[in-house]
Ligand binder design. Structure first.
Ligand code: GLN
Length: 264
């Protein structure tokens, strides 16, 4: 009896150890198993206040984020065999969200500046835009110097904010107010609380075409802004994204999409 008891005890200890070890390795496996679930989805962070690149389409009773950037993102996701999910946030919060792993990439008409390259990786560029001054019709604000003595609004965290703040160091009397949404800039202009906004041409055009009281003038000496996609510096996707962008350009698909969103 004594002998068999100790055999049973040994067997029990052995079985318990096996169960505990299985539990541990099971945990590890389920940890690894999360990766494939996560990687079937590609999360894009954007600031959907930027027609025709990204904006809310509420026609037909539903609210959908659409635009050129969204179509390009869908193309890339399809190339990678992944499902696209879009998160909307303020422009200024995009790169922090990327760094906090709350998104796989950022697409928001974003310019790959040297400053941003210190914290994130960028793909090849896929589009280009120019800065314009948007103001009340008849203002004729053509260049940075014309902004002297004016209240100027820009999007918080944008290259337009840097451009006008840099100009304000040499041109006296420019009062710069950064705001979260492009719609807020337009409201400030319309109400007369601000006299100028710096907005990129294709985006400005949409707002100016739908408001008779606004005009836009390209700033000839300032602001070529290329657009690229931002990814975390350690992302394994950068090369695949670049291949997809190359294919998008060479196949003529990008031209087609540009026509779809910009017209002629
Ligand atoms: N291209 C500009 C930038 O990168 C503006 C982009 C935007 O406001 N969506 O800052």
């Amino acid at each position: 009896m004594r002998k068999s008891k100790s055999w049973v005890t040994k067997a029990l200890i052995f079985a318990l150890t096996a169960i505990i070890m299985a539990g541990c390795s099971g945990k590890q496996e389920s940890g690894q198993a999360e990766a494939p679930t996560k990687s079937t989805k590609l999360v894009m962070a954007t600031s959907a206040d930027y027609p025709p690149y990204e904006f809310h389409d509420t026609s037909g009773g539903k609210d959908e984020i659409v635009g050129l950037d969204v179509d390009i993102a869908k193309y890339i996701a399809k190339e990678l065999g992944l499902e696209l999910e879009i998160k909307d946030m303020d422009f200024n919060g995009l790169l922090p969200a990327l760094q906090a792993n709350r998104a796989d990439f950022v697409m928001a008409g974003m310019t790959p500046t040297e400053e941003r390259k210190k914290s994130v990786a960028f793909t090849e560029t896929y589009y280009e835009a120019k800065n314009t001054i948007v103001a009340k019709t008849g203002s004729h604000l053509m260049k940075m110097e014309d902004l002297s003595g004016k209240k100027v609004v820009v999007q918080l965290g944008s290259t337009q904010q840097s451009a006008v703040q840099e100009a304000a160091q040499t041109i006296k009397g420019i009062e710069v107010t950064p705001l979260n949404k492009i719609g807020d800039l337009i409201q400030e202009l319309k109400s007369g609380r601000a006299q100028a906004a710096i907005i990129e041409d294709t985006v400005a055009r949409g707002y100016v075409e739908s408001s008779q009281d606004l005009e836009m003038n390209p700033i000839s000496d300032n602001g070529e802004n290329a657009y690229a996609i931002a990814l975390p510096t350690d992302s394994s996707h950068v090369e695949k994204f670049n291949q997809a962008i190359k294919k998008l350009k060479e196949s003529g698909e990008l031209d087609k999409l540009a026509k779809k969103w910009f017209g002629k």
